[in-house]
Design a binder for this molecule. Structure first.
Ligand code: PEP
Ligand code: MG
Length: 533
C-alpha cells in the first residue's frame, strides 16, 4: 500500500519523534458524560480547578510557573466569573453559561491586535476546558506516554501535566511558533509542528504510527517500512550527536582548523538562566528586554533587578541587553502605539522608544544602574539612520548626568546597534560612533526578501540562504574589519547548521543563539573547516 503523503507544517520546536497518534480533542468528546448538567456548583468547580493548578505548579518552575500563576489569577478574576453567575441566575444552565462567557473572552483575546493577548487566548481556553471537565464530572483522559499528540491547539497546562521523559511530540493544526506552548516545547526539547492546514480532526485513528520530523517541518502518517528505517537511522544519528554535543558543551567553540568563535546566548527573562551554567557560553549576546514589559510597563527598580540578575549570572562575561523592541509583531500592553496598516514598517524598536522618551529614559536609568554589576553592553534595535543612534546616545548621556547629580551609583555602558534594516546594513559607514553591531537576521531577512516573518505562506521566500542576505553580511564583516567595530549575529540564522559555515566564511566570529541551540551550534562550528569554505 503506498504510504500517505507528508503533511507540512511550521517547526515550532525542533527534533524528531515517532509514536502512535493521539487525538486530544476527540478524547475529550468521547469522555464527556453528560454535556449539559453540572455535577457541582461554580465556586466548588473553581476551587477544584485552582487546587489542580496549584498541584501542577509544584512540579514546574520559572516561566512555566508564571503561566500557571496567570491562570490561577484568571480563575479568581470577577470580570470572568460575574457574567457566568448573571447568566446562570437568568436561567442558562451553568455549563452553557460558563462556556458562553469563556468563549467570548477567548474570542476577544484571539482578535486582539496585541500578540501578548493572542498568546494568552490558549491559557483562557485551558481554563475554560479545565472547569468544564470539572463541572461535567469528567475524568482527565490518560494520554499514553511517548504518543504524538494531535490537536487544534494545546493548552500550556495540558502540556505541563504530561510526562515528556518518554519522548513524544506535538502536532497542531493551528498554533504559532510564538505561543506559550511552543516556548514550553522548545525549552523541554519536545518536537512540535504548528500550522498544519490539511489536518482534520480524527483524519486517521488513534495509535496510527507517525513520524514527526520537526527539523524539516513534516509529519509522515502511516509510513512505509523503508520510511521507518530511514527515520530510525536519522534518530540514531541525532542521539549519537546529542551524546557528542554533551561532551563538548563546556568547551570553547573553535573550527576544525582552529579558529576561535564566540558563542553567546539569547535570553528573554532572567528566570530562563536558572537551569543554565554560564561556563557553557561566552556571555549573553541578546536579551530581548521587551519580555519584561508583557505585564505592563515595569518600574525602573524592577528592570534594574532583572538586568542585575543577568549580569551577576554572567560573572563578568559580556551581557548585551537590547532596549525595548516593541511594535511590529511585538505590540505591548501599556505602550501607546498608532494603528498602522503595516506595523513591520512602522513605529517599531528604537523608533517607538524615541517617541516615548519617558519609557526609554526609565529603561536607560535601570541599565546604567545595573551596569555597575558586570560587563554590560546596551544595544538599540531597528536603527535606520545615524540621527536615531545619536538621539539614543544623547538620552543615555542625559540619564548618566542625572544619576551623577543624584549621587546614584551607575556606570555608563557602551552603546551599539542592531543591523536589521537593509538601509543600515548597506551603509554601515554612516554609524561611525556605534560601539558595536549585531545582525538581527530574522528582521534583516524579512526586509531583504519582503516576506513577513509571521506569515507561514511566504515562509519559503524568507530564506536566509538567499545570496542577497549572505552578500550583505559579508560586506558588513569586511566593513567592520576595516573600521575595527565589533560585529556579531543574534538572529536565528546563527544557530542554523545550514548557514553556520557560510557565516563563518563571511567573517563572523561571534554568534548568539537560543540556549537550547548552543550545543549544536558549537558542534557545527567544530565540524567546519574554514580552509574549505
Ligand atoms: C532579529 O531580528 O534577528 C532579532 C534578533 O531580533 P527579534 O527576533 O527579536 O526581532
Ligand atoms: Mg529584530
Amino acid at each position: 500500500m503506498p504510504s500517505q503523503p507528508e503533511l507540512k507544517g511550521i517547526s515550532a520546536a525542533p527534533g524528531l519523534a515517532q509514536g502512535g497518534a493521539f487525538w486530544v480533542e476527540a478524547a475529550a468528546i468521547v469522555n464527556s458524560v453528560d454535556s449539559l448538567k453540572a455535577k457541582i456548583d461554580l465556586p466548588e468547580a473553581l476551587a477544584l480547578a485552582s487546587s489542580q493548578l496549584v498541584e501542577l505548579m509544584d512540579r514546574v518552575e520559572g516561566e512555566d510557573a508564571d503561566i500557571l500563576e496567570f491562570q490561577l489569577a484568571m480563575l479568581e478574576d470577577e470580570t470572568l466569573n460575574d457574567p457566568v453567575r448573571k447568566a446562570f441566575e437568568a436561567g442558562t444552565t451553568l455549563i452553557e453559561a460558563w462556556q458562553q462567557a469563556l468563549n467570548k473572552h477567548v474570542t476577544d483575546y484571539e482578535q486582539s491586535e496585541d500578540e501578548y493577548f493572542q498568546a494568552r487566548a490558549s491559557d483562557l481556553r485551558d481554563i475554560r476546558d479545565r472547569v468544564l471537565r470539572i463541572l461535567r464530572g469528567e475524568t482527565e483522559v490518560e494520554i499514553p506516554e511517548g504518543a504524538i499528540l494531535l490537536a487544534t491547539d494545546l493548552t500550556p497546562s495540558r502540556f505541563l501535566g504530561l510526562n515528556w521523559n518518554k519522548g513524544g511530540g506535538v502536532v497542531l493544526q493551528g498554533g504559532s511558533p510564538s505561543s506559550h506552548v511552543a516556548m514550553l516545547a522548545r525549552s523541554r526539547g519536545v518536537p512540535m509542528l504548528v500550522g498544519i492546514e490539511n489536518l482534520s480532526l480524527g483524519a486517521f485513528p488513534d495509535q496510527t504510527r507517525l513520524l514527526l520530523d520537526a527539523d524539516r517541518g513534516v509529519l509522515q502518517v502511516d509510513p512505509s517500512a523503508e520510511q521507518i528505517q530511514d527515520f530510525e537511522h536519522k534518530l540514531r544519528i541525532a542521539t549519537e550527536e546529542a551524546e557528542q554535543i554533551a561532551l563538548i558543551s563546556d568547551q570553547p567553540a573553535q573550527t576544525a582548523n582552529g579558529t576561535a568563535v564566540q558563542v553567546l546566548i539569547n535570553v528573554a527573562l532572567p528566570e530562563e538562566l536558572a537551569k543554565f551554567n554560564s561556563v557553557h557560553c561566552d556571555g549573553i549576546g541578546l536579551m530581548r528586554s521587551e519580555f519584561l514589559f508583557h505585564h505592563g510597563l515595569p518600574s525602573e527598580e524592577s528592570q534594574y533587578r532583572s538586568y542585575r540578575k543577568l549580569l551577576e549570572w554572567a560573572g563578568g562575561k559580556p551581557v548585551t541587553i537590547r532596549t525595548l523592541d516593541a511594535g511590529g509583531d511585538k505590540p505591548l500592553p501599556g505602550l501607546e502605539q498608532p494603528t498602522e496598516s503595516n506595523p513591520f514598517l512602522g513605529l517599531r524598536g528604537l523608533r517607538l522608544s524615541l517617541r516615548q522618551p519617558e519609557v526609554f529614559r526609565t529603561q536607560l536609568r535601570a541599565l546604567c544602574r545595573a551596569a555597575v554589576h558586570g560587563n554590560l553592553k546596551v544595544m538599540v534595535p531597528m536603527v535606520t539612520v545615524p540621527d536615531e543612534l545619536h538621539s539614543a546616545q544623547e538620552l543615555l548621556g542625559g540619564v548618566c548626568a542625572e544619576l551623577a547629580t543624584e549621587g546614584t551609583e551607575f556606570c555608563k555602558p557602551v552603546l551599539g546597534m542592531m543591523i536589521e534594516v537593509p538601509a543600515a546594513a548597506l551603509a554601515p559607514e554612516l554609524f561611525t560612533d556605534a560601539a558595536f553591531f549585531s545582525i538581527g537576521s530574522n528582521d534583516l531577512v524579512q526586509y531583504l526578501t519582503a516576506s513577513a516573518r509571521d506569515l507561514h505562506h511566504v515562509a519559503d521566500l524568507a530564506d536566509p540562504g538567499h545570496p542577497a542576505v549572505l552578500r550583505v553580511i559579508k560586506e558588513l564583516a569586511e566593513h567592520c574589519d576595516r573600521s575595527g567595530q565589533e560585529l556579531s549575529l543574534c538572529g536565528d540564522m546563527g544557530s542554523d547548521p545550514n548557514f553556520i559555515a557560510q557565516l563563518l566564511g563571511a567573517g563572523l566570529r561571534n554568534l548568539s543563539v537560543a540556549p537550547a541551540r548552543l550545543g549544536k551550534t558549537k558542534w557545527t562550528i567544530r565540524e567546519t573547516n574554514l580552509e574549505g569554505v
